[in-house]
Ligand binder design. Structure first.
Ligand code: FER
Length: 322
């Protein structure tokens, strides 16, 4: 996370963080992960670089994503199909932020390798793209660009990335058009960290037809009025509820939200979840038939090392082996 991004965001959030909420009692804590996860697994998946062509604002771009295939993945075994999880990086970061071993923090690949080897989650394919034009030109983009890019990424996901990457690997996608993408949406998850969490909320608002499972990690929903002023959590919740309500998928989506108590996004995301709790029946938090889950790690910071811990708890729920 670039310092400049954090400073701008901190200033934007100060005015909103004073909204006190009596919500602690309903929030699930995130437990510490087992120590074994902090060491490489014996059976490891493979991380590859994947090239594709994207169309953005009238431009044609050559872009890269990273793809994790689980241990035992066999490209020629077309009958074994895999769900696909897309994970988007934060502001100032890149395609390698989630998927580059070894790292200074708990590597996501290690979390995936262990969960799969231990039978705690089904093997899945993980794709880490970028909302920027590509990894090289991040510095050229300011905060407003990043907001627009996270908002618009759902178009590139549906038209350019899913059809190419999911036909290159053994997935449930059959075809290349938007109808095929929608038919296979149950087998697709999209999540992200920070500005990637923002892109996750925008994916829910604009691209629910392509994705069923949403994993916003340390990020709230940014909605603006006509003057360009960021609106409060209640307005943001009302907006996303109305976006979802007008689609045929309003009763078919799941949200898995996670953050930390020391995270810059902690209070903003908590406020959004509480506000969404008022929008039953579409958003059902902490109810027997919940489709909205939220947990906070005590002391959790705005940091991939903690974010990857949250995925240790989230992924076995989505990709249950029971
Ligand atoms: C948030 C807090 C911080 C959030 C994003 C950020 C989308 C981004 C910070 C950065 O890029 O430095 O609630 O929600």
């Amino acid at each position: 996370m670039k310092k400049t991004f954090s400073a701008i965001i901190a200033a934007m959030l100060v005015s909103l963080s004073s909204v006190a909420q009596d919500f602690e009692s309903t929030i699930q804590p995130i437990l510490p992960i087992p120590d074994a996860i902090r060491k490489p697994a014996a059976k490891q998946g493979t991380i590859e670089e994947f090239k594709y062509t994207a169309h953005k604002n009238g431009k044609t771009l050559q872009k890269h994503a990273r793809v994790y295939t689980p241990y035992g993945y066999n490209a020629s075994d077309k009958s074994t199909k895999y769900d696909v999880l897309y994970l988007m990086h934060g502001g100032g970061d890149k395609t390698t932020s989630f998927l580059t071993p070894p790292q200074d923090w708990l590597p996501l690949r290690q979390v995936l390798d262990h969960l799969i080897a231990d039978g705690k989650m089904r093997p899945v394919i993980v794709v880490t793209p970028t909302f920027y034009d590509d990894d090289e030109n991040i510095g050229a983009n300011g905060m407003n660009d990043a907001i627009a890019m996270t908002r618009d990424f759902h178009t590139e996901l549906q038209n350019d990335l899913i059809p190419v990457v999911e036909n290159a690997y053994n997935t449930y996608l059959e075809g290349t058009d938007s109808i095929a993408v929608t038919r296979s949406r149950d087998h697709r998850a999209y999540g992200g960290f920070s500005m990637g969490a923002l892109s996750t909320w925008y994916q829910l608002a604009y691209g629910i037809n392509a994705v069923k499972h949403f994993i916003p990690l340390s990020g709230d929903i940014w909605v603006y009025n006509d003057k360009g002023e960021k609106q409060d959590a209640k307005t943001a919740a009302e907006w996303i509820n109305s976006q979802v309500a007008k689609t045929p998928f309003a009763n078919s989506f799941e949200v898995y939200g996670y953050t930390g108590t020391k995270d810059i996004a902690g209070t903003p995301q908590k406020n959004v979840i509480e506000a969404l709790d008022k929008y039953a029946p579409l958003f059902r938090y902490n109810k027997p038939d919940a489709n909205l889950r939220f947990a906070m790690r005590e002391g959790g910071e705005h940091f991939y090392g903690h974010i990857n811990e949250y995925l240790y708890w989230a992924l076995p729920i989505i990709y249950s082996t029971k």
